[in-house]
Design a protein around this ligand. Structure first.
Ligand SMILES: Cc1cc2nc3c(=O)[nH]c(=O)nc-3n(C[C@H](O)[C@H](O)[C@H](O)COP(=O)(O)O)c2cc1C
Length: 177
């Protein structure tokens, strides 16, 4: 006897109520419906590098405030990285879960304190390069022309003209000092 016929027999003999089937089915559907869809890759370790320019001159205390708040917020999200600034341009690297990097980058892009945000790199990576920094900070203009010439085609801090590899090497050099 098929399962379907056996069930009909049970129901017709009054052993079970017919409505028991839809009631159970509804409950299962409702439980499954609560589960979030799987989003592969959202936890993948990701690195993002961008360059931008200030919209208006920033005081030292405003820059310090950006760094302090970024450190606290990044620590909560297990984000690490480095920010370099030379009074005109920013260069920043962010590392962490892809979803966290994406979310913070969206907020950074909408921040009115800077503009012309250019993405230099977005890559899945095997290891953090700034693991000890919730957000390291360096004033790029304190460094000599030789440093900029090593990692770019010009002798000034011009992050939007750099390759991702050059930008990363410069940020690592600044973090090591
Ligand atoms: C150059 C620059 C770098 C920033 N870096 C970070 C960062 O690493 N992490 C972060 O949470 N916010 C950072 N911020 C601040 C964000 O843009 C934003 O102000 C902050 O996340 C608060 O967002 P909300 O006002 O939408 O809450 C940065 C802002 C600027 C201008």
């Amino acid at each position: 006897m098929s399962v379907h016929r056996a069930w009909r027999t049970v129901v017709s003999r009054g052993i079970a109520q017919p409505q028991a089937v839809p009631a159970r089915a509804e409950k299962v559907t409702a439980t499954v419906g609560l589960r979030r869809p799987t989003q592969p890759g959202t936890t993948m370790l990701t690195r993002l590098i961008y360059a931008s320019e200030i919209t208006l001159p920033l005081t030292a205390s405003t820059v310090q405030d950006i760094v302090d708040k970024a450190r606290a917020a990044n620590q909560r999200r297990h984000l690490t990285g480095m920010l370099a600034f030379d009074s005109r341009s920013f260069l920043q690297v962010l590392e962490g879960r892809r979803a966290a990097v994406s979310e913070v980058f969206c907020r950074i892009v909408s921040d009115p304190r800077h503009e012309h945000v250019q993405l230099l790199e977005l890559a899945a990576v095997d290891e953090r390069l700034f693991a000890g920094w919730s957000m390291g900070f360096a004033t790029a203009d304190a460094h000599g022309r030789d440093t900029f010439l090593r990692f770019s085609g010009v002798d000034q801090f011009a992050p939007s003209t750099m390759t991702a590899g050059g930008a990363l090497s410069l940020l690592r050099e600044l973090a090591a000092r």
